[in-house]
Write a protein of this length. Structure first.
Length: 63
């Protein structure tokens, strides 16, 4: 399934939740979708737990 189809399905789900359930349902579906996306990336191996907790490397300023 390509990313355009996934985006279409996600948009339709958010639209139905917003129309039938109101703004609270819209936010709930959006938050759970984001959690599912991150979990899917973990399971696919595209993301590691340390990516969230590792501090960013700062570039040293050159003067």
């Amino acid at each position: 399934m390509n990313m355009a189809a996934v985006g279409l399905i996600a948009g339709m789900a958010l639209g139905f939740a917003g129309y039938f359930g109101g703004f609270g349902a819209f936010l709930l579906v959006a938050a759970l979708g984001a959690v599912g996306f991150v979990a899917g990336r973990f399971l696919d191996g595209d993301l590691e737990p340390g990516d969230f907790f590792r501090p960013r490397e700062r570039e040293q300023r050159r003067r």
